[in-house]
Write a protein that binds this ligand. Structure first.
Ligand SMILES: NC(=O)c1ccc[n+]([C@@H]2O[C@H](COP(=O)([O-])OP(=O)(O)OC[C@H]3O[C@@H](n4cnc5c(N)ncnc54)[C@H](OP(=O)(O)O)[C@@H]3O)[C@@H](O)[C@H]2O)c1
Length: 301
């Protein structure tokens, strides 16, 4: 844990209200950083997850620059590796128990990556599937007791690219004839299926899950750990993207509503249509497969 600002039990904001805590993965750049910035400005306590200490320090500086009283704390983890997800979740749970009455108001599963070729994690899982979907699936499971206590929200950073594709159930890592764009699109379909599965199981317990479509956003996602064509195409394509503060407003909208919004898929603070592949049957199938791959079992309410 890095840079814990005020060290008091149960943080109180200047208006005398208990601060609501939000965990954001990938809070060091692009959409996640801007979302952390806006939420901290709006009086939420932000717990960011970063994969590198220098990046976390820069991000913290940026968030505090506009609002020195913001409450932000970074935790370090390489979310590609499941043991790291488990370790950082344990650290965050400890923090939530010590500082936040064991309550987590929202978890934003935003960290994501693009790859140019087939690369695997230590567990042998394809990296886009592992980071864009499995890391959030496992982190949500580990933070679930705190989310449940706060009747919290889980928000995934999805994409319109989830449309026009089906999950390849027999070969979910796309091992044979790997196409990086197909792997990315499938991982984004998994984001929305996961949110659907959470709502099917836990909305009666007061937990609500959402997916934000950020649109095309000017970030460096396609220029990190990519090569050749993917890097080149993204460098051209991102020029047409909006600033990350545009999608950040939709995350803020979903966190600000006193009564949890009813929809599943949001863009520009409004509900949007999603793929017909997003069914309870597919959501269940993904839940069961992901549980096996993470060696966990989400319980019943
Ligand atoms: N940009 C778009 O047009 C667009 C469109 C649709 C959806 N999205 C989605 O938006 C999300 C955020 O992407 P972005 O565009 O904002 O790109 P970004 O600026 O590259 O942000 C990705 C974040 O994930 C972090 N990250 C990457 N690998 C990690 C790992 N192994 N462990 C922990 N954290 C890791 C990055 O850390 P570092 O800062 O250290 O690199 C960064 O904070 C992704 O889920 C992406 O699929 C983006």
């Amino acid at each position: 844990m890095l840079g814990a600002g005020l060290a008091t039990n149960l943080l109180i904001d200047s208006g005398g209200k208990k601060m609501k805590t939000i965990v954001i993965t990938g809070a060091t750049s692009g959409i996640g950083l801007e979302t952390a910035h806006i939420l901290a400005q709006q009086g939420f306590e932000v717990l960011g997850i970063a994969r590198s200490e220098p990046n976390s320090m820069q991000a913290e500086e940026k968030i505090l620059a506009g609002n020195p009283k913001a409450k932000v704390t970074f935790f370090l983890a390489d979310l590609l590796q499941q043991r790291e997800v488990v370790r950082v979740a344990d650290e965050i749970n400890q923090y939530l128990n010590d500082q936040c009455n064991g309550e987590l108001f929202a978890l934003i599963n935003n960290a994501g990556c693009v790859r140019s070729w087939y690369m695997t994690t230590d567990e042998g899982y394809e990296q886009q599937f592992a980071l864009n979907h499995l890391a959030g699936f496992l982190l949500t499971y580990k933070l679930f007791p705190a989310l449940r206590k706060a009747q919290g929200r889980v928000i995934m950073t999805g994409s319109e690219s989830h449309k026009g594709i089906k999950v390849n159930w027999d070969n979910i890592m796309l091992l044979r004839r790997y196409n990086p764009l197909t792997a990315y699109k499938q991982s984004k379909l998994c984001n929305i299926l996961f949110a659907k599965g959470l709502n099917d199981r836990y909305s009666t317990a007061g937990i609500h899950a959402y997916v934000v479509d950020p649109g095309l956003v000017y970030t460096d996602i396609g220029n990190k750990e990519t090569g050749g064509l993917v890097n080149f195409i993204w460098s051209l394509r991102k020029r047409y993207g909006v600033s990350p503060d545009v999608p950040a407003k939709t995350f803020a909208f979903l966190c600000q509503q006193e009564i949890p919004p009813k929809g599943l898929y949001y863009c520009l603070c409004k509900e949007k249509d999603y793929s017909r592949q997003v069914t309870s049957e597919n959501a269940n199938r993904l839940f069961e497969l992901s549980e096996r791959l993470c060696d966990i079992r989400y319980g019943k309410v």
